[in-house]
Design a protein around this ligand. Structure first.
Ligand code: GAR
Length: 241
């Protein structure tokens, strides 16, 4: 055990992955320390878990921001350094045939929220940003302002499927409905696409014929709790090599 990497965490919900990371930091099985936990969702259990572990928390309430912009677009300004054409040309989240108005609404509202996230995150000296059940996609506006070291990814994510199968918001549901006999989870870096960045680690589990969706989720989460700390340690090792 040597020096520790300083990680920031973002969550949206229950935070069982966050708990696994908190526990691994506390028992010394990974060389990491958590600087903060941010959420797009107020009042979630994951924020309580963080507070209980004496981790600083903050909320950027995306739903509120999106609703406020819908009600009155003039009341919320996009960030001064937001260039719509640049972000639109880089992003790989929105299909090309999407109406421009819809695309622009999405990119502008996300940039407003992402600027608030950046303002909070930038007050910490962070090495790595860990998405632990964070259910918002991140646009190039945010990614470029975190990945400031050339050729170094700095945002990692856990996804509930064996990528590249079943990207999106319901990995275990998609695995179940397809009738797969193996499921799994993936930790990967974030790039401009949805769940497309370089893979850091994966774990798989068998699915029995009678398994329900809940059983698949439970099997998957158990694998996630093992995989995420291992992948963070992999990055810590590469940091201090
Ligand atoms: C986990 O299954 C994680 O893989 C998934 O959300 C769940 C969060 O659980 N993440 C995604 O789907 C990201 N697109 P948790 O809040 O208990 O860690």
């Amino acid at each position: 055990m040597g020096r520790k990497i300083k990680i920031g965490t973002l969550i949206s919900g229950g935070g069982t992955n966050l708990q696994a990371i908190i526990d691994s930091c506390a028992n010394g099985s990974i060389d990491a320390t958590i600087l903060f936990t941010g959420s797009d969702n107020p009042g979630v259990k994951g924020l309580e878990r963080a507070a209980k572990a004496n981790i600083e928390t903050f909320v950027v309430d995306y739903s509120k921001i999106i609703q406020a912009y819908k009600n009155n677009p003039n009341e919320l300004n996009v960030p001064d350094d937001f260039d719509l054409d640049e972000i639109a040309s880089k992003q790989k989240l929105i299909p090309e045939n999407t109406p421009l108005e819809k695309r622009d609404f999405f990119l502008k509202t996300r940039a407003i929220a992402e600027k608030q996230l950046l303002d909070r995150i930038n007050s910490y000296d962070m090495d790595l940003l860990v998405l632990a059940g964070y259910m918002r996609v991140l646009t190039p506006y945010f990614i470029d302002r975190i990945n400031v070291i050339p050729n170094q990814y700095r945002i990692m994510n856990i996804h509930p499927a064996i990528l590249p199968a079943f990207p999106g918001t319901d990995g275990y549901g998609d695995t179940f409905r397809y009738g797969c006999k193996v499921g799994g989870c993936t930790v990967h870096f974030i790039d401009y696409g949805e769940d497309t960045g370089p893979i850091i680690g994966q774990k798989a589990f068998e699915i029995d014929d009678n398994d329900t969706l809940d059983m698949i989720k439970n099997k998957g989460l158990e694998k996630e709790w093992q995989l995420y700390p291992l992948c963070i340690q992999k990055i810590a090792d590469s940091f201090f090599k």
